[in-house]
Each structure stands twice: as C-alpha cells, then as structure tokens.
Design a protein around this ligand. Structure first.
Ligand code: MSP
Length: 480
C-alpha cells in the first residue's frame, strides 16, 4: 500500500485557534481524505509548538504556570480541531518526551558533522516571529508582520553552520522543480539562499523554558530548530525505526507563506547535515486578511472558527475557504461572501438539487433506486478531475468541477421538467431523466467526500435510503 505522510505547521498556543490556522489544517484534511479514499496509508499530523517564549509570556499574562498553561491550551486546540471534524492521525505536542528525544538525536547528528559551534550573537529579535530580523526588513523600526519593536539581544549562542549548505540547497532546488510551490515562494526562498543565507543561532542563553541543549544545558534549543524536528518525531523517530522508515520523508508539508524560509531552507539544511532524506514537497498558501490586515493574535482581529459554527455548518466554512481563495494566493475573509456562498452554492445550489430530485422521484418514479443509476456523460470523469485538482492543491478548481456538474443537472431538470410527467406518455422518459439525475448526484456525493465530508455522507445516505424520499432536513438551511 502506498504511504502518504502530510503535515500542517504546529501552532503556537499563546491564543485560541483562528481562521488562518484552521485554513492550513482544512486544506491538509482535504488532501488526507482524498489520499485515504484512494487507498493510501495516510499519516496526517498536526499539533502545537509549545516551547516558544510567546507561550511563556501568554502564561504569565494569564497568571499561570507555563506547563499548566500549555497543557490547557493543547486541550483547547485539540478540542477545536475535533469540533471542526479534522481527520488528523497524530496531534503532536513539543513538550512531549518523545519529541525531546528526537530533537537531541538530530542535534547530535548535526554536531557529529562539525556543524554546531559556539559564538557571539547580537541582533534584533522579534518575539512574534520567534526570529532575528534583519534591519532592512523593518518598517519604521517595527516588524512588518507584528507591528512591534524587536528586542536587541546580545549573548553567547550556539550556531548551526547553515551557510555550508548553500550549494547543496541550490542543487536540490535545481533538481527538484516542485520541491517548493508556488513559484512566488520558490523565488523568495531561492533569493534568500543565494544572497542572504548565513549561519543561524540555535540556542538561547539562560532561557528557562524549552528543550535544554544537550551539549550545554544552560542553553535552551531555539524554538524553530526544535519545532521543525516535530515532523520526524511524528514518524516515531528515532526509537521506532520501522515506522520512521515507512513514513519519512514526508510527502507534503503544508505551510503559510510567512514560514517558507524555515521550511524550505533551514529545515532541509538541518536534514542534509544530519544525513536524513528531505521532504518531497512543500506548498505555501497565502494569507487571509480581515479588512486588509493580517489576522493575528497580536493584532487582536482574529476570527474564531468556533464563533462561526453556530451559524454555519463546518462544511459551509470549508466550502467558502476552499472555493473563494485560490490556494497559494492571499485573500480577504469576508462574512458577506461566506453568507452569499452558503446561500447561493450550498442551500440553493446543491441542497436544492438534491431535495428537488428526490421529491420528483417520490412522486414520479417511486420505485427508482440510485444503486443502478447510470452516470451521465456530463458527469463522467468527475472523480479523476477532482482528484487531480486536489493533487495540485487547486481546491477551488476541484469544487468548480463539481459545481459544473450541479449546473448541468439543474439545466436538465429545467429542460425536461420531469415533475410534469407523473402520469401519461411522458412518464418513461421522465423516469429515465430522474435516473440519470440520481446517477449524477451519486457522482457528486463521492466527489465531495474529501472536500465537504459531512455533506458527502448525507448525500450518500439520502441516495441509499429505500424507497427514495426527500430528506426531512435540508442539506443547508438558507440564511436570511
Ligand atoms: N509555530 C510556528 C510553526 C512551526 S512549524 C514547524 C508558527 N505558528 S503559528 O501559530 O504562528 O502559525 C501557524 C500557521 O498558521 C502558519 O502556517 C501560518 O502561516 C498560518 N497562519 C497564521 N495566520 C494566518 C493568516 N492570517 N492567514 C493564513 N494563514 C495564517 O508559525
């Protein structure tokens, strides 16, 4: 059986999940479900990045002990992901002992190559980014993403010889054209590798929170250096070699465009140094804004996905996010667009089609079943089209293909008007039309499985009920 290992970033727990976090996770969920439907042995991981100084500050702000705080937040994130129906196989926490073992092992491999050394560091550190920021990237002295003034830090740090891997990274990019997509991300990272790549500090002196650096426990491992290794920990590395060998390298790391440098330059260099295989593919999606501003905990404008749930089913939120913003591009989150998409495409479009067809079957052809319904020519090949769109992470195209079939089905209903032929000479033809429509709905139900799993399940259940009846509950309730 083919394996497929895919990951989301691990999330800082200094706040509740917002729509931007959930976006990556939903996209990964679609890919995981699509792979499972094809029979792949899927390992889909997500989780939380707990060793960050941001979490320490959030705990302090909440008047809590850091460990108690991250324990609580990890539960909150897990519950949120469960409530929105994510199908991840693993939820990793970086304060777990397994993770610490993996980090120590990777660091020892890197050290054995002579790639770790002690040096002095002086630079400006943005806590929001958990990274040193270059003077040239600041806007009016502030971090452009977090609108905060970075802190000047001068201390003894251990360094990773990142610069040693410039040529190897360049070669890897040249020989693996789809290693990092989309092209905008690739160009940015290549520019960084070609022009800026320098050794990075991988430890923080006198930092009490974090994984102690094995060669000098007075230092904590720099949070990004630890966090990236989570992708290995999930596979059982280093203790479960069989599992590790089965799943590593990852087939896909899904990330946001703000963290491409870490994933596509630093992480591969760490793996090259440790002589471990590189991930196959990294894909960076764009950023949501709300009224033109980055959604962020620090800016206080985040949308809590659970806040939307009482009003919209999760499939409406999935549909809106996946359909309205091409994956890879930036987009603005608009509750008006969510409302319009929900009403037009889901309640009036898909929901109405299912209800109408089943109602007509009930009155015109009550003995019809969907099991032997023929697939009309205009719905043929839908699964393949949807699958290949998902493989290129073009979720909007996958949904478009399905909605093209819905539009064809609507046209057929309007053209043939089967409801007018409950009796009389037109009845056999009306029955045949309805059978074709059932065939189309069956295809739609299957194609929707990875994208809108709850809806797909309800369509399948409705079509499998005998005798066929209009469902009591509409698929989607129209909003005023
Ligand atoms: N902890 C690091 C990742 C470590 S992975 C080894 C981190 N965490 S985060 O919580 O700040 O962000 C996690 C993910 O959410 C990133 O992919 C980020 O790009 C994504 N998003 C955060 N805000 C977002 C938007 N407003 N829009 C889209 N995605 C956003 O970075």
């Amino acid at each position: 059986m083919k394996k497929f290992y895919l990951t989301t970033p691990i999330y800082y727990v200094n706040g509740r999940p917002h729509i931007g976090h959930v976006y990556t996770a939903i996209a990964a969920d679609v890919v995981a479900r699509s792979q499972r439907a094809r029979g792949s042995d899927v390992l889909f991981s997500t989780g939380v990045d707990e060793n960050s100084q941001k979490n320490v500050e959030a705990a302090r702000g909440a008047g809590k002990d850091t460990q108690a705080y991250v324990d609580e937040m990890a539960v909150l994130w897990q519950e949120t992901f469960r409530t929105i129906g994510l199908s991840h196989d693993v939820f990793i926490r970086t304060t777990s002992p397994q993770h610490s073992t993996a980090v120590k092992k990777v660091i020892s491999l890197i050290e054995s190559q002579g790639d770790i050394y002690l040096g002095d560091y002086q630079g400006k550190y943005c806590l929001g980014c958990e990274a040193f920021v270059a003077e040239k990237d600041l806007v009016d002295g502030l971090c452009p993403d977090h609108h905060t003034k970075p802190q000047m830090i001068k201390e003894k740090n251990y360094f990773f010889r990142l610069s040693k891997y410039r040529t190897a990274l360049q070669e890897h990019f040249a020989s693996h054209p789809s290693f990092l997509e989309p092209a905008s991300a690739r160009n940015k990272v290549l520019d960084y590798i070609n022009n800026e790549l320098a050794d990075i500090s991988i430890s923080r002196q006198a930092q009490a929170w974090g994984i102690p650096l094995p060669q000098d426990p007075t230092h904590a491992v720099y949070v990004w250096f630890d966090a990236l290794i989570n992708y290995l920990t999930v596979t059982g590395y280093p203790s479960d070699q069989a599992k590790y060998k089965r799943y590593w390298p990852a087939n896909l790391h899904l990330i946001g465009k703000d963290i491409i440098k870490f994933h596509a330059a630093i992480w591969p260099a760490m793996l090259l140094s440790a002589k471990l295989p590189l991930p196959e593919r990294i894909f960076a999606h764009g950023f949501f804004t709300i009224n033109g501003q980055k959604v962020s905990k620090s800016l206080g404008n985040a949308i809590d996905p659970l806040g939307l749930l009482p009003e919209y089913p999760i499939d409406s939120i999935r549909y809106y996010l996946l359909r309205d913003i091409p994956f890879g591009a930036d987009g603005d989150f608009s509750s008006q667009r969510l409302h319009d998409r929900h009403n037009a495409d889901l309640a009036n479009g898909l929901g109405n089609l299912l209800a109408r067809v089943l109602k007509m079957v009930e009155t015109v052809a009550p003995s019809l079943t969907s099991s032997n319904a023929p697939t009309p020519s205009w719905a043929a090949g839908l699964q393949e089209k949807v699958t290949s769109a998902i493989d290129t992470l073009a979720f909007d195209k996958a949904l478009q293909k399905i909605w093209e079939v819905i539009a064809q089905a609507d046209q057929l209903v309007e053209k043939e008007k089967p409801w007018q032929h409950a009796q009389g000479p037109g009845q056999p033809h009306a029955q045949a039309t309805l059978h074709t429509l059932l065939g189309a709905l069956k295809e739609i139900g299957v194609a929707l499985e990875p994208l809108l799993p709850g809806t797909s399940q309800r369509i399948k259940t409705s079509l499998a009920t005998t005798p066929l009846r209009k469902p009591l509950e509409p698929l989607f309730i129209r909003h005023a």
